[in-house]
Design a protein around this ligand. Structure first.
Ligand SMILES: Nc1ncnc2c1ncn2[C@@H]1O[C@H](COP(=O)(O)OP(=O)(O)O)[C@@H](O)[C@H]1O
Ligand SMILES: [Mg+2]
Length: 245
């Protein structure tokens, strides 16, 4: 963890979060790697910079769809006490949001925990799907499949109805519509580069009464990226190893 002269609020599995005053957070992405909620002993050099650059790219791409929490990735904009070269490229100065109590997952393909549930019960997050789908099949259309946001342990896949109970129906509907739109747009751009975004997790929050995109966006930590050539059948082993978003 970098030694910054700001109040340290929280360290997640990947990010260290500091209070940057005036309703702002400084989020520093470390090189820690986590899968299935386990933080690995070996960091990946500069991984935090990749996550930060990708999220910044997507926040900008999506500005026309939804606002976001990002204020700046420029060292010059930080409070003097935090202007440390060691965090260059790996931080986001953000507006603090009231995070929704759900994770906004969108699935375009049937894999991971959704595949497990479908294989066992023929459903996905409790909703029925056509019979006869195979692992990694494309879904008829992208589906909003939320999960709980567990403080510790694993997030639990939930139905849309359950999400509506947790955060209110209006907000759940807004979150669903925005998430699906973001997934569609992101998947379309990735497809132009030969990449399938099989599924992803967005985190939305409220700032000044407005629903905004927060956290990280369409990174390898929050999403499954499949090379189209691999998914076309050359070698599907890689497809099955990745963790849920
Ligand atoms: N703008 C924001 N305001 C408040 N909390 C946020 C904001 N953006 C992201 N977060 C939260 O900060 C944490 C990010 O740190 P991370 O290491 O990714 O944590 P986690 O282990 O929970 O995934 C997450 O809990 C996320 O929900
Ligand atoms: Mg996270």
């Amino acid at each position: 963890m970098p030694a910054l002269d700001l109040p340290h609020l929280y360290s997640g599995k990947v990010r260290d979060i500091y209070d940057a005053a005036d309703g702002r957070l400084l989020m520093v992405a470390s090189d820690r790697i986590s899968a299935f909620d386990v933080v690995m002993a070996e960091p990946v050099p500069n991984k935090g910079r990749v996550l930060t650059a990708m999220s910044a790219f997507w926040f900008q791409q999506f500005e026309g769809i939804v606002g976001n929490h990002l204020i700046s990735t420029d060292l010059a904009d930080l409070p003097a006490a935090a202007r440390d070269e060691s965090i260059a490229g790996r931080f986001m100065l953000c507006r603090r949001a009231d995070m929704l109590a759900i994770e906004c997952i969108v699935r375009g393909y049937l894999t991971g925990s959704a595949w497990k549930e479908y294989r066992a019960d023929g459903t996905m997050h409790g909703a029925s799907l056509p019979a006869g789908l195979q692992e990694s099949d494309r879904l008829p259309e992208p589906v909003f499949t939320p999960s709980t946001k567990a403080d510790s342990g694993h997030d639990e896949n939930i139905s849309f109805e359950r999400a509506a109970d947790l955060i209110g129906r209006d907000l759940a509907e807004q979150a669903r519509d925005v998430s699906i739109e973001l997934y569609r747009r992101g998947a379309e751009l990735a497809a132009q580069r030969g990449i399938i975004i099989a599924d992803t997790k967005f985190e939305l929050g409220i700032i000044d009464g407005e629903l905004v995109l927060a956290d990280e966006v369409l990174t390898p930590d929050s999403s499954r990226f499949w090379p189209r050539a691999v998914a076309a059948g050359i070698d599907t082993a890689v497809v099955r190893q990745t963790a849920d978003p």
